[in-house]
Design a protein around this ligand. Structure first.
Ligand code: GTP
Ligand code: MG
Length: 240
Protein backbone atom coordinates (compact mmCIF):
# COMPACT_ATOMS: atom_id res chain seq x y z
CA UNK A 1 0.00 0.00 0.00
CA UNK A 2 1.17 3.51 -0.69
CA UNK A 3 2.42 5.15 2.48
CA UNK A 4 0.58 8.40 1.82
CA UNK A 5 -2.93 6.93 1.61
CA UNK A 6 -4.82 4.85 4.15
CA UNK A 7 -6.99 3.08 1.56
CA UNK A 8 -5.27 1.15 -1.21
CA UNK A 9 -5.32 2.33 -4.82
CA UNK A 10 -7.28 -0.10 -6.94
CA UNK A 11 -7.66 -0.69 -10.67
CA UNK A 12 -10.54 -2.89 -11.82
CA UNK A 13 -10.06 -4.64 -15.17
CA UNK A 14 -13.40 -5.26 -16.90
CA UNK A 15 -13.52 -7.28 -20.13
CA UNK A 16 -16.51 -6.39 -22.30
CA UNK A 17 -18.21 -7.84 -25.33
CA UNK A 18 -21.62 -6.35 -26.11
CA UNK A 19 -22.26 -4.82 -22.70
CA UNK A 20 -23.47 -1.39 -23.87
CA UNK A 21 -26.35 -1.17 -21.41
CA UNK A 22 -24.56 -2.67 -18.43
CA UNK A 23 -21.27 -0.78 -18.53
CA UNK A 24 -22.51 2.69 -17.42
CA UNK A 25 -24.30 1.12 -14.43
CA UNK A 26 -21.20 -0.86 -13.49
CA UNK A 27 -18.92 2.16 -13.83
CA UNK A 28 -21.23 4.28 -11.66
CA UNK A 29 -21.20 1.58 -8.97
CA UNK A 30 -17.42 1.26 -9.02
CA UNK A 31 -16.64 4.97 -9.08
CA UNK A 32 -18.59 5.43 -5.84
CA UNK A 33 -15.62 3.86 -4.08
CA UNK A 34 -12.75 6.26 -3.40
CA UNK A 35 -9.40 5.15 -4.83
CA UNK A 36 -11.02 2.84 -7.37
CA UNK A 37 -10.30 3.19 -11.09
CA UNK A 38 -11.60 1.19 -14.04
CA UNK A 39 -9.93 -0.26 -17.14
CA UNK A 40 -12.42 -1.47 -19.74
CA UNK A 41 -11.03 -4.03 -22.19
CA UNK A 42 -13.43 -4.05 -25.10
CA UNK A 43 -13.15 -6.53 -27.96
CA UNK A 44 -14.48 -4.23 -30.66
CA UNK A 45 -18.05 -5.05 -29.59
CA UNK A 46 -20.50 -4.78 -32.48
CA UNK A 47 -23.11 -3.15 -30.19
CA UNK A 48 -20.95 -0.07 -29.63
CA UNK A 49 -19.75 -0.81 -26.08
CA UNK A 50 -16.41 0.72 -27.12
CA UNK A 51 -18.05 4.08 -27.84
CA UNK A 52 -19.88 3.95 -24.50
CA UNK A 53 -16.61 3.18 -22.71
CA UNK A 54 -14.90 6.01 -24.60
CA UNK A 55 -17.58 8.43 -23.40
CA UNK A 56 -17.22 7.19 -19.81
CA UNK A 57 -13.46 7.68 -20.06
CA UNK A 58 -13.97 11.25 -21.31
CA UNK A 59 -16.42 12.03 -18.50
CA UNK A 60 -14.20 10.46 -15.84
CA UNK A 61 -10.69 11.33 -16.94
CA UNK A 62 -8.07 9.70 -14.77
CA UNK A 63 -10.56 7.21 -13.37
CA UNK A 64 -11.88 5.33 -16.41
CA UNK A 65 -9.64 4.10 -19.20
CA UNK A 66 -10.41 2.09 -22.34
CA UNK A 67 -8.30 -0.54 -24.02
CA UNK A 68 -9.85 -1.08 -27.42
CA UNK A 69 -8.81 -4.48 -28.79
CA UNK A 70 -9.05 -5.41 -32.45
CA UNK A 71 -8.33 -8.62 -34.27
CA UNK A 72 -8.79 -12.00 -32.63
CA UNK A 73 -11.48 -11.87 -29.96
CA UNK A 74 -11.11 -13.74 -26.68
CA UNK A 75 -11.79 -13.42 -22.97
CA UNK A 76 -8.41 -14.85 -21.93
CA UNK A 77 -6.56 -12.69 -24.43
CA UNK A 78 -8.45 -9.65 -23.17
CA UNK A 79 -7.45 -10.46 -19.59
CA UNK A 80 -3.78 -10.82 -20.61
CA UNK A 81 -3.76 -7.46 -22.40
CA UNK A 82 -5.77 -5.73 -19.67
CA UNK A 83 -3.83 -7.12 -16.72
CA UNK A 84 -0.49 -6.32 -18.35
CA UNK A 85 -1.61 -2.75 -18.93
CA UNK A 86 -2.91 -2.58 -15.35
CA UNK A 87 0.53 -3.61 -14.08
CA UNK A 88 2.06 -0.54 -15.73
CA UNK A 89 -0.05 1.65 -13.42
CA UNK A 90 1.13 2.51 -9.88
CA UNK A 91 -1.70 0.77 -8.05
CA UNK A 92 -1.69 -1.50 -4.98
CA UNK A 93 -4.45 -3.86 -6.04
CA UNK A 94 -5.69 -5.07 -9.41
CA UNK A 95 -9.19 -6.53 -9.59
CA UNK A 96 -11.10 -8.40 -12.27
CA UNK A 97 -14.85 -8.50 -12.71
CA UNK A 98 -17.56 -9.11 -15.29
CA UNK A 99 -19.38 -6.18 -16.84
CA UNK A 100 -22.87 -7.70 -16.79
CA UNK A 101 -23.66 -6.73 -13.16
CA UNK A 102 -23.53 -10.36 -12.06
CA UNK A 103 -20.70 -9.11 -9.86
CA UNK A 104 -22.09 -6.37 -7.62
CA UNK A 105 -19.73 -3.38 -7.47
CA UNK A 106 -21.06 -2.69 -3.95
CA UNK A 107 -19.29 -5.86 -2.79
CA UNK A 108 -15.86 -4.79 -4.06
CA UNK A 109 -14.75 -3.23 -0.73
CA UNK A 110 -15.05 -6.65 0.93
CA UNK A 111 -12.64 -8.16 -1.60
CA UNK A 112 -10.31 -5.20 -1.18
CA UNK A 113 -10.33 -5.54 2.61
CA UNK A 114 -9.58 -9.27 2.42
CA UNK A 115 -6.53 -8.56 0.22
CA UNK A 116 -4.81 -7.35 3.40
CA UNK A 117 -4.36 -11.04 4.29
CA UNK A 118 -4.28 -12.79 0.90
CA UNK A 119 -2.39 -12.43 -2.36
CA UNK A 120 -5.53 -13.10 -4.32
CA UNK A 121 -9.10 -12.86 -3.06
CA UNK A 122 -11.91 -14.64 -4.89
CA UNK A 123 -15.46 -13.31 -4.76
CA UNK A 124 -16.92 -16.74 -4.13
CA UNK A 125 -20.36 -18.23 -4.70
CA UNK A 126 -19.45 -21.44 -2.92
CA UNK A 127 -18.30 -20.44 0.56
CA UNK A 128 -20.82 -20.01 3.41
CA UNK A 129 -22.79 -16.83 2.76
CA UNK A 130 -22.23 -17.00 -1.00
CA UNK A 131 -25.34 -17.04 -3.20
CA UNK A 132 -26.56 -17.25 -6.77
CA UNK A 133 -29.70 -15.34 -7.68
CA UNK A 134 -31.88 -16.08 -10.71
CA UNK A 135 -29.91 -18.92 -12.26
CA UNK A 136 -31.98 -21.81 -13.55
CA UNK A 137 -31.21 -25.17 -11.93
CA UNK A 138 -29.45 -26.34 -15.13
CA UNK A 139 -26.96 -23.46 -14.96
CA UNK A 140 -26.41 -23.94 -11.20
CA UNK A 141 -25.65 -27.61 -11.73
CA UNK A 142 -23.28 -26.84 -14.61
CA UNK A 143 -21.30 -24.37 -12.51
CA UNK A 144 -21.22 -26.69 -9.48
CA UNK A 145 -20.09 -29.58 -11.63
CA UNK A 146 -17.46 -27.44 -13.40
CA UNK A 147 -15.98 -26.45 -10.04
CA UNK A 148 -16.00 -29.97 -8.70
CA UNK A 149 -14.33 -31.20 -11.90
CA UNK A 150 -11.66 -28.49 -11.87
CA UNK A 151 -10.90 -29.04 -8.17
CA UNK A 152 -10.65 -32.80 -8.59
CA UNK A 153 -8.30 -32.65 -11.59
CA UNK A 154 -6.10 -29.74 -10.46
CA UNK A 155 -6.36 -30.24 -6.68
CA UNK A 156 -6.95 -26.53 -6.27
CA UNK A 157 -8.29 -25.85 -2.80
CA UNK A 158 -10.48 -22.80 -3.55
CA UNK A 159 -14.22 -23.50 -3.52
CA UNK A 160 -15.00 -21.24 -6.49
CA UNK A 161 -12.27 -21.66 -9.10
CA UNK A 162 -14.29 -20.24 -11.98
CA UNK A 163 -15.41 -16.95 -10.45
CA UNK A 164 -14.23 -13.94 -12.46
CA UNK A 165 -14.59 -11.58 -9.48
CA UNK A 166 -11.11 -11.35 -7.98
CA UNK A 167 -8.71 -8.97 -6.31
CA UNK A 168 -4.94 -9.38 -6.66
CA UNK A 169 -2.12 -7.84 -4.74
CA UNK A 170 0.07 -6.25 -7.33
CA UNK A 171 3.20 -8.34 -6.61
CA UNK A 172 1.35 -11.64 -6.89
CA UNK A 173 -0.07 -10.67 -10.26
CA UNK A 174 3.22 -9.24 -11.49
CA UNK A 175 4.96 -12.56 -10.83
CA UNK A 176 2.62 -14.45 -13.18
CA UNK A 177 3.93 -15.38 -16.64
CA UNK A 178 0.76 -14.15 -18.36
CA UNK A 179 2.29 -14.41 -21.84
CA UNK A 180 2.88 -18.12 -21.35
CA UNK A 181 -0.72 -18.92 -20.44
CA UNK A 182 -2.28 -21.61 -22.61
CA UNK A 183 -6.00 -21.15 -21.91
CA UNK A 184 -8.52 -18.75 -23.34
CA UNK A 185 -12.16 -18.28 -22.40
CA UNK A 186 -13.19 -19.12 -18.85
CA UNK A 187 -10.39 -21.65 -18.43
CA UNK A 188 -8.06 -18.72 -18.25
CA UNK A 189 -9.44 -17.97 -14.79
CA UNK A 190 -8.66 -21.51 -13.65
CA UNK A 191 -5.14 -21.29 -15.07
CA UNK A 192 -4.51 -18.05 -13.18
CA UNK A 193 -5.43 -19.68 -9.87
CA UNK A 194 -3.48 -22.81 -10.65
CA UNK A 195 -0.29 -20.91 -11.45
CA UNK A 196 -0.76 -18.59 -8.45
CA UNK A 197 -1.15 -21.52 -6.05
CA UNK A 198 1.94 -23.26 -7.50
CA UNK A 199 3.87 -20.05 -6.90
CA UNK A 200 2.87 -20.01 -3.25
CA UNK A 201 0.26 -17.24 -3.40
CA UNK A 202 -2.16 -17.14 -0.49
CA UNK A 203 -5.66 -17.56 -1.92
CA UNK A 204 -8.61 -16.22 0.06
CA UNK A 205 -12.34 -16.30 -0.60
CA UNK A 206 -15.11 -13.95 0.47
CA UNK A 207 -18.79 -14.72 -0.14
CA UNK A 208 -20.58 -12.82 -2.89
CA UNK A 209 -24.12 -12.74 -4.18
CA UNK A 210 -23.92 -13.51 -7.87
CA UNK A 211 -26.90 -12.22 -9.85
CA UNK A 212 -27.79 -13.49 -13.33
CA UNK A 213 -27.46 -10.81 -15.99
CA UNK A 214 -30.64 -8.89 -16.82
CA UNK A 215 -29.36 -7.03 -19.91
CA UNK A 216 -27.35 -8.30 -22.86
CA UNK A 217 -26.57 -11.85 -23.84
CA UNK A 218 -24.40 -14.63 -22.47
CA UNK A 219 -21.24 -15.55 -24.41
CA UNK A 220 -21.06 -19.04 -22.97
CA UNK A 221 -20.62 -21.16 -26.10
CA UNK A 222 -20.19 -24.88 -26.80
CA UNK A 223 -16.54 -24.26 -27.75
CA UNK A 224 -15.93 -22.67 -24.33
CA UNK A 225 -17.50 -25.64 -22.58
CA UNK A 226 -15.38 -28.10 -24.54
CA UNK A 227 -12.24 -26.15 -23.69
CA UNK A 228 -13.20 -26.19 -20.01
CA UNK A 229 -13.26 -29.98 -20.03
CA UNK A 230 -9.78 -30.30 -21.53
CA UNK A 231 -8.05 -27.32 -19.92
CA UNK A 232 -7.50 -28.71 -16.37
CA UNK A 233 -5.75 -31.78 -17.82
CA UNK A 234 -3.49 -29.58 -19.94
CA UNK A 235 -2.48 -27.67 -16.81
CA UNK A 236 -1.40 -30.72 -14.85
CA UNK A 237 0.26 -32.25 -17.93
CA UNK A 238 2.40 -29.12 -18.33
CA UNK A 239 3.56 -29.46 -14.71
CA UNK A 240 4.85 -32.99 -15.18
N1 GTP B 1 -13.16 -8.50 -24.08
C1 GTP B 1 -13.95 -9.59 -24.08
N2 GTP B 1 -14.87 -9.74 -23.08
C2 GTP B 1 -15.64 -10.85 -23.12
C3 GTP B 1 -15.54 -11.85 -24.11
N3 GTP B 1 -16.47 -12.83 -23.83
C4 GTP B 1 -17.09 -12.44 -22.70
N4 GTP B 1 -16.61 -11.25 -22.27
C5 GTP B 1 -16.97 -10.49 -21.07
O1 GTP B 1 -16.63 -11.30 -19.97
C6 GTP B 1 -17.60 -11.18 -18.93
C7 GTP B 1 -18.22 -12.56 -18.65
O2 GTP B 1 -18.95 -12.99 -19.81
P1 GTP B 1 -20.47 -13.51 -19.72
O3 GTP B 1 -21.03 -13.64 -21.08
O4 GTP B 1 -21.21 -12.69 -18.75
O5 GTP B 1 -20.24 -14.96 -19.19
P2 GTP B 1 -20.95 -15.68 -18.02
O6 GTP B 1 -21.07 -14.75 -16.85
O7 GTP B 1 -20.27 -16.98 -17.80
O8 GTP B 1 -22.36 -15.98 -18.68
P3 GTP B 1 -23.81 -15.41 -18.26
O9 GTP B 1 -24.19 -16.11 -17.02
O10 GTP B 1 -24.67 -15.77 -19.36
O11 GTP B 1 -23.67 -13.95 -18.06
C8 GTP B 1 -18.60 -10.14 -19.42
O12 GTP B 1 -18.19 -8.88 -18.96
C9 GTP B 1 -18.46 -10.23 -20.92
O13 GTP B 1 -18.83 -9.04 -21.59
C10 GTP B 1 -14.57 -11.65 -25.14
O14 GTP B 1 -14.41 -12.45 -26.04
N5 GTP B 1 -13.80 -10.53 -25.05
MG1 MG C 1 -22.16 -13.17 -16.96
Amino acid sequence: MTAASSSPSVLVVVPTYNERDNLPLLAAGLLKHPGVRVLVVDDDSPDGTGAVAHELAEENRGRVRLLHRRGVRGLGRSYVDGLKLALTEPVDLICQMDADLSHDPAQLPRLIAAAAHSDVVIGSRYVPGGQIVNWPMRRKLLSRFANMYVRTVTRLSARDCTSGYRCWRRDALASMPLDRFISDGYSFLVEMLYVAERRGSRIGEVPITFVERRLGESKLSKAVLVESVIAPWRLIARDR
